[in-house]
Design a binder for this molecule. Structure first.
Ligand code: F6P
Length: 477
């Protein structure tokens, strides 16, 4: 990437300003996207890569504290009007695209004003990107908040090289049909402004190509689309994780200490663990139903098992998320009341985020990771759990509705809607021989180590650069 400067666009910038008792500090994010972008090789590049995103701080805060940012990136915050930002993020992004693309059609709450805000936000960000673009720059747009962006950038910079990656599922064209005509037109033609469109799985890619064909009448051939005299490639790039970060953490002193504390606290019990953002797509209620089915079917596990359920707060301004929290907490209380004894409760529930050492201690102290989304674009928790098991122990129970299911080939795959099946797989997992656990973990670890987050980001950028030269050499007929 010597001659190309990378411009990354995502809804969130990879940092936050935190003000406590009058003093402001910078908190760097550590999510998957940040790790991926930081893993790219910019050595020898003429300029720093630029990261554009929506500001969740005021212009005043930015001007006063931007000097705190001193790393390998240049950052460009886009300041949206507060109401526009709300309707864009809580409204069209998370109350229309998110539920629809995860097949929760009855949760879709379409409001005209939200779609208007989505377009305005995409327009404002496209302006910011176009203003800073130079020839040879490549733009990588991330996720469902910015599906209109590739076309808007292309209208301003016809020769731009633009990649788009969707971090959530792309659903069957039948789901896209539900959207008002102007919305599906906007989203699909928006994506077709890119040179390269990436998804986590082949299925999502096929769904996208079918949607383009059925909804726009645009033909495709072997992952290539000819549209308005340009060639667009779409493909699967399953996102990986920072394998060594999770694997090597096994021996970190703080992880060792936390793990010992957990093992001691639950020394008479096997541990089943799960951690998710509070989201209806994650299937937490189905997981609780399955636990109940398990306790009913296999009462011999009474007082011998603890399910540690961590739910991380998310999108709390949206009604459906608040409702889900109440449902989960009621179910936890009911199950503990019904199946617990005077000296034991089956579920230990925590609502809040867990620091990295504690999370790694949980990944490595548990006997089973129970991951049951109803739909999930990828699911990185499953991958992190497997990578963390340097001891080659532990069993992954994973929903077949996740993008990760194909790659995590030796997990125990379940249909999250079938509580009896999940209950039976829990028993198999709890009783699995250590040699069999090791065999399964080792196969999955090989895949994760080989195709890690660095490979993911690198192969996307490489394909995008290839598209750049393809467009230059042979413009599509
Ligand atoms: O999976 C899609 C995604 O947008 C992730 O990129 C992100 O970490 C997660 O959902 C949480 O979303 P939000 O930014 O709305 O908190």
């Amino acid at each position: 990437m010597k001659n190309n400067r990378l411009i990354i666009v995502s809804y969130r910038l990879p940092f936050a300003f935190e003000t406590t008792s009058g003093s402001t500090t910078l908190k760097a994010s550590s999510g998957g996207l940040v790790t991926a972008m930081k893993s790219l090789d910019f050595k020898g590049a003429r300029e720093k890569p630029v990261w554009v995103g929506c500001a969740d701080f005021s212009r005043r805060t930015w001007e006063k504290h931007k000097h705190l940012l001193n790393d390998d990136f240049e950052y460009v915050p886009v300041f949206l009007d507060r109401k526009i930002q709300q309707d864009f993020y809580n409204g069209f992004s998370n109350s229309v695209i998110w539920p629809l693309f995860h097949y929760f059609t009855t949760y879709v709450d379409y409001q005209e004003k939200d779609f208007v805000a989505y377009q305005k936000a995409n327009e404002a960000v496209s302006e910011a990107v176009a203003q800073l673009m130079k020839p040879q720059d490549i733009v990588w747009v991330h996720d469902y908040h910015f599906m209109g962006l590739p076309r808007l950038i292309r209208e301003k910079k016809p020769d731009a090289t633009i990649g788009f990656f969707l971090h959530i599922p792309f659903p069957s064209y039948e789901l896209i049909r539900i959207l008002p005509q102007k919305c599906k037109q906007y989203l699909l033609t928006g994506l077709l402004g890119a040179d390269l469109v990436g998804f986590h799985t082949n299925d999502y890619n096929i769904h996208f190509l079918q949607s383009v064909q059925i909804n726009l009448g645009v033909q495709h051939k072997i992952w290539k689309i000819n549209y308005q005299n340009r060639l667009i490639q779409s493909d699967a790039f399953p996102v990986g994780i920072n394998y060594s970060l999770y694997h090597d953490a096994y021996d970190n002193a703080d992880v060792v200490e936390e793990r010992a504390a957990l093992k001691n606290a639950y020394k008479d019990n096997k541990i089943i663990f799960s951690v998710d953002r509070l989201d209806y797509t994650k299937g937490v209620m189905q997981r609780l139903d399955a636990l109940e089915a398990f306790l009913q079917r296999y009462p011999e596990w009474t007082e011998r098992l603890t399910f540690i359920l961590v739910v991380v707060p998310s999108r709390d301004e949206i009604l459906k998320y608040g409702e889900r929290k109440v449902m989960i907490e009621q179910a936890v209380g009911r199950i503990n009341g019904k199946y617990g004894t005077l000296i034991w409760r089956p579920i230990v529930y925590r609502y809040g985020s867990v620091p990295f050492p504690q999370l790694l201690a949980l990944y490595t102290a548990c006997d089973v990771a129970l991951i049951t989304p109803i739909r999930d674009g990828m699911n990185l928790v499953a991958k992190e759990f497997v990578a963390a098991r340097k001891d080659h122990q532990g069993v992954l129970i994973l929903s077949e509705m996740t993008g990760a299911a194909n790659e995590m080939s030796t997990a125990l795959h379940i249909n999250p809607m079938d509580e009896n099946e999940v209950a039976d797989q829990m028993k198999i997992a709890l009783e699995m021989e250590p040699e069999e656990q090791a065999r399964r973990i080792a196969i999955m670890q090989r895949r994760l180590k080989e195709y890690d987050v660095k490979k993911w980001a690198g192969s996307f950028v490489e394909s995008l650069l290839n598209m750049q030269s393809t467009q230059q050499i042979e413009p599509a007929p």
